[in-house]
Design a protein. Structure first.
Length: 575
């Protein structure tokens, strides 16, 4: 795949026409404006320029072209955005395809073939027990058909042989995640004896599957649910089940977020269409980022057990970082999840979803429900947990409201609670999850990496990769890897973080090189390299001096001296 495919797509797709399918664009002189989908605002500051075929938000500072918009709005990779837009532009991109891009197309095709295979198997008389199970769980044939649910027979290699007979190689089938090679070297189906739920992306393309083991085969040794492995097109941490069908309803009413396919399907079938489900993963910041583009209102529903309650608490903390108006559904004792309630008492279900509670009320119920039975030390711990949640509110009005509620609930003096609130370390107001920390690290790139990114964008633009052969040794390992990928005409990897960086480099390559920019950036990255290496040695010196290790200290001083000499030599040669 050559870079020119990006230009060809831009020539064929008008950005205004494309964005009208997402936003309510209004004329503003020769441009168009809308409310920004990437931050909360009441006055439109999102501008679209037909002349430049670009967009920019003057409120949050984001901007770009149709590629950057699609990647941000739909939370898809560069590859997915490229494929979607190429199809929309009716471009035959096979002539551009690299090995990786061809592999992506094969995975899509293999998943489509597998979906049809599973659907046919579900309808066979010999597999009637699978269909009977779905109906016994409350699903109608209409729902089963709409969501293309299927069945993987309890045989070792049925699907593998089927796909091989269609002309796919074993390497392709294994890479798709539909088959695997066991320790004896035999290749068999990943899914067997399972109800199969196709997982579709926002554009209704099947990107993977969830397989639910039929109860009669559940011996406790295999997982009840298994998902397709991570692939070039499927990331479990980003995926939300059913979003392709419900996103328009979510825009209107907010999102009801549940766990798993059965809860989703029963709720959807009951007529509640603004629902979406996680699939084999705790709620992640990537999933919330996708929902944040559609709405600022979410209602969380998780299983009515301790694990489910802990999951709700983590989800609330995570949602606070996106400024959601978050509410919670609490199911009555005796019912584990909404699917069970709908099956047994649909009227009760509708009564409950009409009265979600505020997140803080959930905390009050969770930590203070049996406060009268608690020792004062335990009660103190629980109150401090709630105070941390209150302190996480950016609004002083909301803090004041919930402090008063807490005083009323616990019968403690309000001023005492306010005093305790002030003692809480602001750094502990919210717990940073792994997702958030990784996201922050990705956004706060070191200066050396930002320079490397721009250098790579320049050589992508002019095609002269040889210019970086002597400079690449100053790159950090991740950018060295990207350089090798781009130099060999590959535009992706199996690492979503690397793919995201490659996508940014391609987009940045559309900005031409200014006079003398390349030479200046080379000097700057070498300066940053020496600065970073010297800092590493200084940090090591501090450590060994504390340990009184004179031998190591001498080695480090020699290393530092050699590095300084190398730096001076470079400076003298480039004056």
């Amino acid at each position: 795949m050559e870079h020119s495919i990006v230009d060809e797509i831009k020539e064929k797709i008008d950005i205004v026409d494309f964005l009208k399918s997402y936003l309510d664009l209004k004329p503003a002189g020769k441009n168009f404006k809308a409310l920004c989908p990437f931050h909360r605002e009441k006055t439109p500051s999102f501008m679209v320029s037909p002349d430049r075929q670009s967009w920019h938000c003057f409120g949050c500072g984001l901007g770009g072209d149709i590629f950057t918009f699609l990647m941000r709005y739909e939370n898809v990779s560069f590859y997915e955005a490229l494929k979607i837009l190429a199809e929309k532009a009716n471009i035959d991109f096979t002539k551009y395809s690299s090995y990786e891009f061809s592999a992506v197309q094969n995975i899509y095709k293999l998943n489509e073939e597998a979906k049809n295979f599973f659907k046919n198997e579900l309808r066979k008389q010999e597999n009637k027990k699978a269909l009977d199970y779905l109906i016994s769980r409350g699903l109608t044939m209409e729902t089963i058909e709409e969501f293309e649910i299927g069945y993987a027979p309890r045989k070792f290699d049925n699907l593998t042989i089927y796909l091989a007979n269609l002309g796919y190689s074993m390497e392709e089938i294994i890479k798709s995640g539909l088959s695997f090679k066991n320790e004896r070297g035999l290749i068999g189906d990943r899914f067997f004896g399972r109800i199969m739920f196709p997982l579709n992306n926002s554009f209704s393309k099947t990107i993977g599957f969830t397989g639910r083991l039929l109860p009669e085969f559940d011996d406790g040794k295999s997982g009840k649910y298994i998902n397709s492995p991570e692939s070039l097109i499927f990331s479990k941490a980003k995926f939300l089940y059913g979003l392709d069908k419900t996103k328009s309803f979510i825009r209107l009413k907010g999102a009801l977020m549940v766990e798993g396919q059965m809860d989703f399907l029963m709720i959807y079938q009951a007529g509640v269409k603004n629902v979406v489900a996680t699939s084999g993963t705790a709620l992640t910041s990537e999933q919330l980022k996708t929902i944040a583009h559609l709405t600022d209102k979410i209602i969380l529903s998780f299983d009515n057990d301790e694990a489910g309650q802990a999951a709700i608490e983590r989800a609330i903390d995570l949602a606070n970082g996106f400024d959601f108006n978050t509410k919670i559904l609490i199911w009555p004792k005796g019912f584990k999840d909404p699917a069970e309630i709908i099956d047994k008492d649909k009227k009760m279900f509708f009564e409950i979803i009409s009265k979600p509670i505020a997140a803080m009320e959930f905390y009050f119920n969770r930590y203070l429900a049996k406060k009268d039975d608690l020792e004062i030390s335990e009660l103190n711990k629980r109150i401090k947990i709630i105070l941390r949640k209150i302190k996480a509110f950016p609004s002083l009005i909301e803090r004041d409201y919930w402090i008063k509620k807490l005083a009323e609930e616990t019968q403690f003096d309000e001023q005492i609670l306010r005093g305790e609130l002030e003692k809480i370390d602001s750094s502990q107001e919210t717990r940073k999850t792994t997702d958030e920390l990784e996201e922050m690290e990705k956004l706060n790139l070191p200066r050396k990496d930002l320079i490397a990114e721009r250098l790579l964008a320049i050589v992508v633009s002019n095609g002269n990769f040889d210019k970086l052969n002597e400079v690449e040794k100053y790159f950090s390992p991740i950018y060295s890897k990207i350089f090798e990928l781009l130099k060999s005409k590959k535009t992706g990897s199996q690492d979503p973080n690397i793919d995201q960086l490659i996508g940014r480099i391609y987009f940045e390559s559309s900005v031409g090189e200014s006079e003398g920019e390349f030479e200046l950036l080379v000097k700057e990255i070498i300066k940053e390299y020496f600065k970073e290496e010297k800092r590493k040695i200084v940090d090591q010196l501090k450590k060994v001096r504390l340990e009184n290790d004179s031998a190591k200290e001498e080695q480090l001083l020699k290393k530092f001296d050699l590095l300084v000499k190398e730096e001076l030599k470079y400076i003298n040669n480039n004056i």
